[in-house]
Design a binder for this molecule. Structure first.
Ligand SMILES: [Zn+2]
Ligand SMILES: [Zn+2]
Length: 140
């Protein structure tokens, strides 16, 4: 099955209308995990010509609401998108260059960390951001 038809199936499975920009956005996020909106716009334009920023924003919004993409925004970073959804993984962010990588749950499955005090809330998610220097920054 080609990548495009797989993305078509994902859109249909989420009850989303299959449009060229949505397919292109979904492909861009799959191929470039943790991409920022600006680079997604560039990738989509490379792929299907002139597309308005708003069209890309709308597609990202629809895909994220439908659970096909996940929006992450580490403190101090702009929003990024990824297609690895549903596993509550965490991220490590380079303090120097902003590079970002996936980190599996710290302990077992979501929420993976037990809050010392739940204040009566039913907690289903913990988001951990690890910070440090990436290999190329720590070598420099
Ligand atoms: Zn770095
Ligand atoms: Zn990730």
């Amino acid at each position: 099955m080609s990548a495009t038809s797989e993305f078509e199936l994902q859109l249909r499975g989420a009850d989303l209308k299959v449009t060229r920009p949505r397919l292109s956005v979904l492909a861009a996020v799959n191929e470039h995990p943790h991409a920022v909106t600006k680079s997604i716009i560039g990738l989509v334009r490379d792929d299907c010509g002139e597309v308005s920023q708003q069209t890309v924003y709308d597609a990202l919004e629809a895909l994220t609401t439908a659970g096909l993409t996940r929006r992450i925004q580490p403190p101090g970073s702009v929003a990024r998108y990824e297609s690895r959804v549903g596993d509550n993984h965490h991220h490590v962010v380079c303090r120097s260059c902003g590079a970002i990588e996936d980190v599996d749950c710290a302990v077992g499955e979501a929420p993976c960390l037990t809050a010392a005090e739940d204040h009566g809330y039913v907690i289903d998610e913990a988001e951990v951001v690890y910070r440090g220097l990436c290999p190329s920054c720590s070598a420099a």
